[in-house]
Design a protein around this ligand. Structure first.
Ligand SMILES: [Zn+2]
Length: 246
């Protein structure tokens, strides 16, 4: 349900960046929308588990309630009210803040996964998992630098802006980045928003496809986190909602 942070390439001075971003914020999102391309990936749920489904996919124009979005979707939405959101891979808390993406004040949590955390031998050095629509009080104990384990409970699914009039969901957005330098600005709703000039959005499903690449190139098996499994050589992400074995 979030807007997309336009990526500006090249050695543009920060002041110019901020000026440009302000201009973009004030002028709508037409250019931003075109930057998010559907990946063609779709989730397939494991037969032996009951997994709370993804309710809105990456690059979708349809929201969880079936209505058309104002902006193309920058991540995936998932979860039922009260379900635990769990870490999709090992990493480090990068930021925790009180955000506002238009639906009201809420919690946001960003985890940085180094390439080595995910057992990837090449590609970008960093990946970010950003979780939005969380209850800030549930995440405020996290501090930047805290180590996060795969499957660790992060927060429970709640409503955007902690507002009863919205359907429950967690928004999960994944970025790849060549460096880890973040700058912060105030977004159009008066809340902090980060910026990394090397960061690019990816479909979270693409990170779930790394361990078991789909035979048809599209059907990504949702891999539940299993506390009893050995993940020392596992590539990429497991699912962000705990699944129950049937
Ligand atoms: Zn969303």
């Amino acid at each position: 349900m979030l807007f997309f942070r336009r990526r500006l390439v090249g050695a543009i001075a920060l002041s110019l960046c901020l000026f440009a971003m302000t201009t973009i914020s004030n002028s709508g999102n037409e250019g931003e929308a075109s930057a998010i391309e559907p990946s063609g990936l779709r989730p397939v749920y494991p037969a032996e588990y009951d997994c709370s489904p993804i309710t809105s996919e990456y690059a979708s124009w349809i929201d969880v309630d079936g209505t058309r979005r104002d902006e193309i979707h920058s991540g995936v939405d998932a979860g039922r009210l009260g379900e635990w959101v769990i870490a999709p891979g090992p990493g480090t808390v990068r930021a925790v803040w009180r955000a506002n993406w238009k639906w009201g004040s809420e919690g946001a949590l960003m985890i940085r996964h180094d390439r080595q955390d995910l057992n990837l031998s090449n590609g970008p050095q960093f990946y970010y998992s950003e979780f939005d629509h969380l209850d800030f009080n549930e995440i405020k104990h996290f501090k930047p630098g805290d180590r996060i384990e795969r499957g660790q409970r992060l927060a429970r699914v709640t409503r955007p802006g902690e507002n009863e009039s919205y359907l429950p969901e967690v928004h999960w957005e994944v970025w790849k980045a060549d460096h880890d330098k973040l700058t912060w600005r105030e977004n159009r709703y008066g809340a902090p928003d980060w910026w990394n000039d090397s960061a690019e959005l990816v479909d979270p499903l693409s990170m779930l496809a790394l361990q078991n690449p789909p035979a048809d190139g599209k059907s990504v098996l949702i891999t539940p986190f299993d506390p009893g499994s050995d993940y020392s050589g596992f590539r990429g992400f497991t699912y962000i909602i705990a699944c129950k074995r049937k």
